[in-house]
Design a protein around this ligand. Structure first.
Ligand SMILES: Nc1ncnc2c1ncn2[C@@H]1O[C@H](COP(=O)(O)OP(=O)(O)OP(=O)(O)O)[C@@H](O)[C@H]1O
Ligand SMILES: [Mg+2]
Length: 305
């Protein structure tokens, strides 16, 4: 059985459609990623899944229960790392965790023990008496993840958990998330970071404008949509642009254009003939990545949003 079943889900804010009809199942124990640019609808979707935002249309089941009907029972099993820091500024680091444990009726001494364990896990034990305002951005992100583990959740939902972290801290978080997954925790992760998506996720949904536009294991998506090589080029003479693009098409080569740069998706066995090559100035050639998958599907860059 899936741990999350999403059926025909739509979210509207007045005239804005943030989520435009999503159907997907997430399996027990997997790490599932939502990858997409700003405004794709990732946060809107996960906020409905964790029961903090009403569903406009459709239904979401978590562990066989309807999130609209039984939000309390579901929330008891969830850990949530929100995109925006919502730590309590009036409490120190340790008390933020101990107080949070009250929502789950965890006894005081047990709450303290769990808090200390989770602080240690994210290397924050030396900061337990610090005020929230004294923490760096990266420490706050780690504290939010530590807090989300308070109730030993079976499903951990993380909305861009490593934004703003330095590379070393990012890797620490990735290692911890991997070990949680190894212990059986299901992870649902929103990210704009392709490395994070490739490193952590068993399956990825690429989101754009409220919809899932591609779904599958990261490597499969790259193989399916990226082809064997990406060629970045400019057309040597501006007036010949249309001609060159139509020739690419005639040769069965797919391409996208961003400003002056043409990205040619070269499939297995496809080559650019000499005539075409003489019309182009090649600026880069690379092995496809998830970024190229996004570019191919949307004509936009994931990074530059
Ligand atoms: N509370 C709200 N009221 C009105 N519009 C909203 C609200 N929350 C989100 N939106 C709109 O819904 C759309 C999707 O936003 P959402 O935050 O879900 O995107 P996202 O994929 O999480 O983006 P980001 O990567 O920037 O976090 C955007 O157009 C956004 O402006
Ligand atoms: Mg978001």
């Amino acid at each position: 059985m899936s741990i999350i079943e999403i059926r025909g889900v739509v979210k509207r804010f007045g005239s804005i459609t943030a989520v435009a009809g999503v159907d997907v199942d997430i399996a027990h124990g997997e790490c599932f990623g939502l990858l997409g640019p700003n405004g794709a609808g990732k946060t809107s979707l996960v906020r409905m899944i964790v029961g903090v935002s009403p569903i406009t249309e459709g239904s979401i089941m978590v562990d066989g229960r309807d999130i609209t009907r039984e939000p309390r029972l579901i929330k008891a099993q969830l850990g949530v790392v929100p995109q925006e820091d919502n730590l309590d500024p009036d409490l120190n680091v340790l008390d933020n965790l101990v107080t949070f444990a009250r929502y789950f009726d965890i006894a005081k001494e047990e709450a303290r023990q769990r808090a200390l364990t989770n602080l240690q896990l994210f290397e924050l034990q030396d900061r337990q008496r610090a005020k929230i305002e004294e923490l760096s951005g990266g420490m706050k992100r780690r504290l939010l993840i530590a807090r989300a583990l308070t109730n030993k959740p079976m499903l951990l939902v993380l909305d861009e958990p490593t934004v703003g972290l330095d590379p070393q801290t990012k890797h620490l978080v990735w290692r911890k998330l991997r070990s949680l997954k190894a212990q059986g925790t299901t992870l649902l992760l929103c990210t704009q970071n392709m490395d994070e998506a490739s490193f952590l996720c068993d399956r990825l949904a690429i989101m754009n404008e409220g919809r899932i536009i591609a779904l599958g294991p990261p490597q499969e998506l790259v193989r399916k949509y990226g082809g064997s090589q990406i060629i970045e080029a400019r057309v040597r003479s501006g007036e010949r642009r249309d001609l060159v693009l139509s020739r690419l098409g005639k040769q069965g080569l797919q391409w996208q254009e961003i400003e002056e740069t043409i990205y040619v998706f070269q499939g297995d066995g496809q080559v650019l003939d000499q005539d075409l090559l003489s019309e182009l100035v090649i600026t880069n050639q690379h092995i496809p990545s998830l970024e190229d998958v996004f570019l191919k599907l949307t004509g936009r860059s994931l990074k530059e949003q």
